[in-house]
Ligand binder design. Structure first.
Ligand SMILES: Nc1nc2c(c(=O)[nH]1)N[C@H]1C(S)=C(S)[C@@H](COP(=O)(O)OP(=O)(O)OC[C@H]3O[C@@H](n4cnc5c(=O)[nH]c(N)nc54)[C@H](O)[C@@H]3O)O[C@H]1N2
Ligand SMILES: Nc1nc2c(c(=O)[nH]1)N[C@H]1C(S)=C(S)[C@@H](COP(=O)(O)OP(=O)(O)OC[C@H]3O[C@@H](n4cnc5c(=O)[nH]c(N)nc54)[C@H](O)[C@@H]3O)O[C@H]1N2
Ligand code: SF4
Ligand SMILES: [Mo]
Length: 714
């Protein structure tokens, strides 16, 4: 038991023979506070307790959180490095695996140039690791090809916030303030299943009379508790948001003074939404006129409101546009930079916020510095001790790296903390790309579907076997504590990357003994950048229950509320971009007459490699299924539980029907947490947003068919 925990009053949770280590959940951006029980003698994990005094989540954990610790001593952990020999994985020593990587990486670059290597990162890792992945790609390997799984997650929110606010921080307000808001407009977020521990704040606010509007093609557990549920057609958010803006303006809800003082482009926006009458909006979105008017008035009349959204609006080929329009609603109402009001995207992965700030993106350096800015390149080159001439140029986005593989430009890939064989769109293309690689390395602690393609798999530690920081969905930088020693022969990713860097002749740039040393370097690297961590230290995080960035100096309090006085744009004003209505990449046709959308269930996490291994979660939700309205089912004579075939322009898959009236009659929904023949991403459209390069996971055109197996016909 540490002083920290005694001070925090958790003494009464203590049991004889056990240590209680205070940390956060490994999964989503909520980063719920928890204590993990460790047997003092054996070091085995004995269980978990929620952290009642964690101000963001107040002792709440969801079903994934309470079982997260079961990953640590899981029997399927990768114990030693694996090398594929004659198509089969064989356990090897670290020395053998790292020597092979050194040989293959060196040979590939000698034959095909520096950029023949590529790095595919992820943000289930700490800031320290994410920072190092970027430095590893650019300094140790010297390649321009690096991108990461956040491209499939937060990139449209990032693009939208940069356009409107000039900087991308997921939330403009701290979460506990939500309790004091009086209206929530929530678009494309199934908060109750995906950020379940947030719901308490909505309830608290609703007990005081707060209103809630939910915009989702499905009546999710989140929509069910709303005052208005806008059940729009997938891919029509930009029309809906334009329609809401039209009404906010027409009905006199605009905070004229705020807009005049703090926003640009109002007149243009006003003109552009002129045509979006409730009738026109209803025609495009398929939502009843009355609902649109009711929602606009409810939001418009509220005093302290929060616009919130998530992947439902962002994972579209118009994701950035959607984000700017929903954000403009809050700007017109003068809600940004004030108490208990603002805009927030529900950041997805545990470190989805911090992991996108420190250089895993194809075009970004730490602290949101731009690779295209010579001053930024000079500054970071200096921190890294390299010649600015040696800094690689910007690369391409995550999905586009597979195009580079197909073209023969990328010949080897190091995947660190991601499972794109399940989670990228159009998986057959991705699987084929993996097969085309000359050499592939994966760091993971479980043998993911992606790891199965690799030539070498390196056993990484789980989040509980290493220390570091993450940045939660509020923008609060928090401390992930080391709970226990690394299992088997696994090593933290930062150690693995530093070791490879050494073998690539760049060891002097990777002299780290602790994650804290990496954080100290990150503080300097982000100093003066838009995501400035310079004033944040491990000690401060512990003392203050986290510190919000930007925090330029140690005596700066951090920034829980963003944009109180000015926005991060050159003139300090927010932008109100104009967005014309565009159809999604695919719309229903005669051949593919329905819309398919995808997403999550409460019991599984992302590609499922972590949660499909936890018995309790598998008992709750063992397999994927397709949600279908009974009216659509009756047209095809399909029954509950029947296995049917779904086909898109990419491929086909089979899955079971789940009948529900909680979905639009023209829309189907499949959760995406399973791999191979169960992966819905076999069907999804890799059409990308032009700015964020986000794939359109949320809309594609599909046909459904009965399977007549007994008769041998289809
Ligand atoms: N249980 C669980 N929680 C998670 C995760 C998980 O895998 N499982 N993953 C974490 C991560 S990384 C992320 S990114 C977040 C994701 O969190 P969310 O974005 O909340 O989750 P999704 O289920 O992907 O999508 C949200 C909703 O968008 C709706 N939707 C589909 N198409 C449209 C559309 O065109 N417009 C609108 N307005 N809505 C649409 C879907 O019906 C769905 O209910 O969750 C995080 N939390
Ligand atoms: N159809 C469809 N597809 C989607 C989405 C959707 O809504 N619909 N959502 C997209 C979104 S929002 C996201 S975030 C992506 C996520 O896509 P992925 O990145 O594929 O998701 P994960 O399952 O988190 O994969 C992370 C892998 O890294 C491992 N891992 C976890 N922590 C660590 C660590 O510290 N180090 C190492 N080395 N490995 C670790 C895990 O075991 C797992 O195998 O999926 C996207 N794909
Ligand atoms: S809400 Fe997210 S962070 Fe909290 S316990 Fe569940 S998965 Fe973990
Ligand atoms: Mo995500």
């Amino acid at each position: 038991m540490t002083d920290f925990m005694v001070k925090k009053g958790v003494k009464n949770l203590h049991r004889e023979g056990e240590k209680l280590i205070t940390t956060h959940c490994s999964y989503c951006g909520m980063q719920c506070g928890m204590h993990i029980r460790v047997n003092e003698k054996t070091g085995k994990i004995a269980g978990v307790e929620p952290r009642y005094d964690w101000p963001v989540t107040n002792g709440k954990l969801c079903p994934k959180g309470v079982t997260a610790y079961q990953q640590i001593d899981h029997k399927e952990r990768i114990k030693r490095p694996l090398i594929k020999k004659n198509g089969k994985f064989v356990e090897s020593s670290w020395e053998e695996a790292l020597s092979l990587i050194e040989e293959k990486f060196t040979e590939t670059q000698a034959k095909h140039g520096k950029d023949a290597l590529s790095v595919f990162g992820g943000v289930s890792m700490t800031n320290e690791k994410c920072y190092l992945v970027g430095k590893y790609a650019r300094v140790a390997l010297g390649t321009r090809f690096i991108d990461y799984n956040g491209r499939f997650c937060m990139s449209s929110a990032a693009g939208g916030f940069i356009k409107t606010f000039g900087v991308d921080r997921g939330s403009t307000l701290p979460w506990p303030e939500l309790e004091h808001s009086d209206c929530f407009l929530i678009a494309g977020s199934n908060t109750a299943e995906c950020h379940p521990t947030s719901i308490q704040w909505f309830w608290k606010a609703r007990d005081k009379g707060a209103k809630m509007i939910v915009i989702d093609p499905r009546e999710t557990p989140t929509a069910r508790i709303a005052d208005v549920h806008i059940d729009l057609k997938p891919g029509t958010d930009s029309a809906l948001a334009n329609g809401l803006l039209h009404l906010i303006i027409k009905e006199g809800y605009v905070d004229e003074k705020y807009v005049a003082e703090r926003c640009n482009n109002y007149k243009e926006l006003q003109e552009s939404v002129e045509t979006f009458t409730p009738e026109y909006t209803a025609e495009i979105t398929g939502v009843a006129v009355e609902k649109i008017i009711k929602a606009a008035r409810m939001y418009g009349a509220s005093k302290r409101s929060v616009v919130m959204f998530a992947r439902g609006v962002e994972q579209q080929s118009k994701g950035v546009d959607n984000v700017t329009l929903y954000t403009s609603l809050a700007l017109l109402r003068g809600q940004i930079g004030k108490f208990a009001s603002g805009v927030a995207t529900f950041t997805g992965q545990g470190n989805g916020q911090g992991g996108r700030e420190h250089g895993q993106k194809a075009d970004l350096l730490p602290g949101y510095r731009k690779l295209t800015d010579p001053e930024a390149v000079k500054y970071i080159s200096n921190v890294w001790g390299i010649d600015p001439k040696d800094m690689p140029k910007p690369g391409v986005s995550a999905f586009e790296m597979f195009d580079e593989v197909q073209k023969g430009n990328i010949r080897a890939m190091h995947v660190i903390c991601s499972n794109p064989a399940v989670s990228a769109p159009h998986t057959e293309y991705v699987w084929d790309s993996f097969k085309k690689l000359d050499f592939m390395v994966v760091n993971d602690f479980f043998l993911s579907e992606t790891a199965e393609f690799a030539d070498v798999v390196l056993p990484a530690t789980t989040w509980a076997e290493d220390e570091g920081t993450t940045t939660n969905l509020e923008g609060r930088v928090i401390h992930i504590r080391k709970v226990t020693e690394p299992r088997h022969e696994s090593k933290p990713d930062w150690m693995i990357l530093s070791e490879i860097a050494k073998r690539m002749g760049k060891g002097k740039h990777f002299q780290y003994e602790t994650p804290k040393q990496i954080f100290e370097e990150l503080r300097i690297a982000t100093k003066g950048g838009k995501a400035d961590y310079h004033g944040i230290t491990y000690d401060r995080i512990d003392r203050e229950d986290g510190v919000f960035w930007p925090c330029p100096e140690e005596d700066h309090p951090g920034t829980p509320t963003m944009f109180k006085e000015r926005f991060a744009t050159p003139d300090g004003k927010a932008n109100l971009p104009v967005v014309a209505w565009k159809e999604p990449g695919e719309t229903p046709t005669k051949k593919y007459p329905h819309i398919l959308t995808t997403g999550r269930v409460v019991y599984h996490y992302l590609s499922g490699t972590q949660t499909r291994r936890i018995d309790f979660l598998m008992e709750q939700c063992p397999l994927p299924y397709v949600e279908m309205h009974p009216e659509m089912a009756s047209q095809y004579n399909m029954q509950e539980g029947e296995t049917i075939q779904l086909t898109t322009a990419r491929s086909s898959m089979k899955t079971e029907v789940k009948l529900t009236k909680a979905i639009r009659k023209d829309t189907l929904f499949i959760p995406y947490h399973w791999g191979k023949e169960l992966a819905v991403n076999q069907l999804t459209n890799p059409c990308l947003d032009p700015i964020s390069r986000m794939p359109e996971f949320k809309v594609c055109a599909v046909k459904i068919e009965k399977i007549y197996e007994q008769e041998g016909i289809k």
